[in-house]
Write a protein that binds this ligand. Structure first.
Ligand code: MRU
Length: 351
């Protein structure tokens, strides 16, 4: 991308650094990850967030946290698998987390008993770096496929942040927007603020503004208004886990946007790398939905409590948009259309 050359994950000379996204937009600070607690905490507290970025950071974080000096192979295997399970338990909805950890575990199990420690450490390092490089390639491809759906002068609504900082680079649903900018196309983006954690306000508005893209911040409850005023030609969002039938879990509030888009006849595009498609999960009803601390709703980003202390809360972090509201699914292998049972399976199983 021309203007925005920022990656939330730096892996240089075997040091793992993550952009602490809880400090954006005010400060651009990288934190170093060394232990299993560091990576667990970074994922749990959304210092690194967005499904693809979580998967990449988890694989590299696992590699960093393993004690490669353990000589006894059974003890090393125990250390590896215990840490893998612990890191995988940090957040439940984004399937990229378990997908990346499972990839690391498979490679460990296939290699562990045939080679020495240094070689094993190298093989696992290569796997983690491959996961990162594949993510960059996938995001770039999604940008190209996504661009084919956009036209000069369009108004785009997005929810949460599925941009550069939700992946290793480029983003999923914002990748075509960055690419459009690079090609000199004029696209106007409306960013939902995305309560309660404000990924739209803190991250999407920051990322697009920094890239010189025309972005207008709105509150979540203004989406119907901008749609009814004819300002929106397409909705683009990311995804944390897509079930085999095309139901897609994404940041809480996405489903409402999809229902509104249907009402106003606006295409709703979900950007889903194949690492986020979970054919083992049949429908959206089977997707585990993370529930977070209710204080995030009224305390976290405010100087004073914005609700009576101890008020009863319900704070699901994601919702599931039924497949019937999704016009198309953009992947790095092409664009899938309904019926999704067939089109997604074909894309995932294609080499
Ligand atoms: O809680 P978050 O910030 O990790 O939620 C992120 C989202 O919902 C994104 O839209 C999704 O992970 C796709 S990121 C390319």
């Amino acid at each position: 991308m021309a203007k925005l050359d920022i990656s939330p994950i730096k892996f240089e000379s075997d040091r793992l650094l993550l952009l602490d996204q809880t400090r954006l937009p005010g400060e651009e600070v990288f934190i170093e990850i060394e232990t299993q607690e560091d990576i667990y905490d970074a994922i749990k507290k959304l210092k690194v967030r967005g499904a693809p970025a979580i998967g990449v950071a988890a694989a590299l974080g696992l590699w960093k946290s393993v004690d490669w000096t353990i000589n006894d192979r059974k003890k090393l295997a125990l250390d590896f698998h215990e840490k893998a399970d612990y890191i995988a338990s940090s957040r439940p909805t984004a399937v990229n987390l378990e997908w990346a950890i499972n990839r690391m575990c498979r490679v460990f199990d296939d290699t562990a008993f045939g080679v020495g420690n240094d070689k094993l450490r190298d093989v696992l390092r290569t796997e983690a770096v491959s996961i990162m490089e594949e993510d960059i390639k996938a995001s770039k491809k999604m940008g190209e496929y996504g661009l084919s759906l956009l036209k000069e002068g369009m108004g785009i609504l997005t929810h949460c942040n599925a941009g550069t900082i939700a992946t290793t680079k480029y983003g999923t649903c914002l990748a075509p927007v960055h690419l459009a900018k690079e090609k000199g196309m004029k696209i106007k983006v409306f960013a939902d603020e995305t309560r309660p954690l404000l990924q739209g306000a803190r991250l999407t508005a920051w990322e697009l503004d920094k890239a010189g893209i025309d972005v207008t911040l709105i509150c979540d409850n203004m989406a119907a208004t901008v749609m009814s005023q004819g300002k929106i030609d397409a909705v683009v969002v990311g995804c944390d886990r897509m079930a085999a039938n095309g139901d897609g879990a994404n940041k809480i509030g996405t489903m409402g946007v999809a229902i509104l888009a249907k009402e106003y006849g606006i295409p709703f595009y979900m950007f889903v790398p194949t690492s986020t498609i979970d054919l083992n999960t049949k429908t959206g009803a089977d997707i585990p939905i993370e529930e977070r601390d209710g204080e995030e709703i009224y305390k976290m980003w405010y100087a004073k409590d914005m609700a009576p202390k101890g008020i009863k809360t319900f704070n699901p972090a994601f919702d599931v948009t039924p497949a019937k509201y999704i016009t198309a699914v953009v992947t790095e292998r092409g664009i899938a259309y309904p019926p999704y049972e067939e089109s997604l399976k074909k894309l995932v199983e294609q080499e």
